[in-house]
Write a protein that binds this ligand. Structure first.
Ligand code: GLY
Length: 371
């Protein structure tokens, strides 16, 4: 296969690649997406497929150097602020629900050891202009009556939201189909310079040619410059959710709980660097369900619906890589635990960059040069 004539080729069919493709195609650019996840046996689904879909700019960062943390918080907050309209527009455009739920989040504490970091977190988020307050255990139970009596306090983030990532991916693909932007199932072996343009070549010699190229590929694509993006494996599960048991996302020690449409509760997630397999350890899901049941006791007897693993695209400092490399390729890589949250913000910023406009938020802190 040899396909030419695209303005922009996007290597990567995860949420970042698809959201960027939608933004660029919406501006009239001829876009092709290259998606390795569909390229036959052994293909790894994008991390977006495994994600829980929490839209929570004040969490999910792990260990982050202080210099980047503000920029990253503001980038996530930009994503959250765009999400409501983004979800509504995508649903209207495609006629597909993505189960966007702007119901807030409770991060719970069972004792002083859990409470102190939440207090620090709430203070930091408030200082950065976000919405987060500490509330008592009783106030948390007034919001979520199924919470355990062992909860003594909670951080309440009233503006946090969530979405269903698999529904989102389906809707983004439908949007691209409507816009006439093809998705090619190819595992890329290399990207070559081709005069002023780029040739994206598979191991079998298929290729796609485009004037510009964006790398938005995942943890095991091997396409990230200097090997800076690597897999951080996460295991998760879904259990049956009794009607009305939970409304908000609950973040408990050792598990987060995300109630979804259709009587499904997603419970996540483990975190392990250096594994590239999608095997789910029985002890891992047992641990997740036990931690979820400590927070919401009826979950101890909830029937398991599914278990899975995914590979998050991690980076050395936990922040994404956005900008240009030294070879004229655009980079939208390494969104680690926050790809779903970041997607609308990354799409608007990268679309602006690729089309030669000023980006709505400063992405300079996320440039490759920081490594
Ligand atoms: N954002 C949730 C996770 O990475 O587990």
């Amino acid at each position: 296969m040899s396909v030419k004539g695209f303005d922009i080729a996007i290597a990567g069919g995860g949420v970042i690649g698809l959201a960027l493709a939608r933004a660029l195609a919406g501006e009239g650019a001829r876009i092709a997406v290259i998606d390795a996840a569909e390229a036959g046996e052994g293909a790894i689904p994008p991390a977006s497929h495994a994600a829980a879909g929490m839209l929570a700019p004040s969490f999910e960062y792990g260990e982050l150097p202080e210099a980047l943390s503000k920029a990253l918080y503001h980038f996530g907050a930009r994503g959250l602020s765009l999400w409501g309209e983004y979800a509504a527009a995508l649903e209207e455009e495609t006629g597909l629900s993505i189960d966007y739920r702007p119901h807030g989040m409770l991060a719970i504490a069972y004792g002083e050891n859990d409470k102190t970091p939440l207090e620090e977190q709430a203070a930091m988020v408030s200082a950065l202009g976000g919405a987060a307050e500490m509330i008592s255990g009783d106030a948390a139970r007034a919001m979520e009556p199924a919470l355990s009596d062992a909860v003594i306090a909670a951080l309440h983030a009233p503006k946090d939201a969530q979405v269903d990532p698999r529904r989102l991916m389906k809707a983004l693909k439908a949007s691209l189909a409507q816009k006439g932007a093809p998705i090619f199932a190819m595992r890329l072996a290399r990207i070559e310079k081709d005069g002023e343009g780029h040739r994206l070549v598979s191991a079998g010699g298929d290729h796609v040619e485009a004037d510009r190229v964006v790398l938005a590929a995942g943890a095991v694509s091997g396409l990230a410059p200097q090997g800076l993006v690597y897999p951080v494996k996460g295991e998760a599960m879904a259990v049956a959710l009794e009607d009305g048991l939970l409304t908000r996302v609950v973040r408990a020690p050792g598990a987060y709980l995300c109630p979804k449409a259709g009587g499904r509760l997603v419970i996540g997630a483990t975190e392990e660097i250096g594994r590239e397999d999608l095997k789910v350890e029985p002890a891992a899901v047992a641990g997740l369900q036990a931690n979820a049941a400590k927070a919401v006791p009826p979950l101890g007897r909830a029937a398991e619906l599914e278990r899975w693993a995914g590979l998050r695209p991690g980076t050395p400092d936990g922040a994404p890589i956005l900008g240009l490399d030294g070879e004229g390729r655009y980079l939208a890589l390494g969104h680690y635990r926050n790809g779903i949250l970041h997607a609308p913000a990354a799409a608007e910023a990268m679309a602006a960059l690729v089309l030669g406009r000023e980006t709505p938020v400063d992405i300079a802190p996320f440039g490759l040069g920081r490594f």
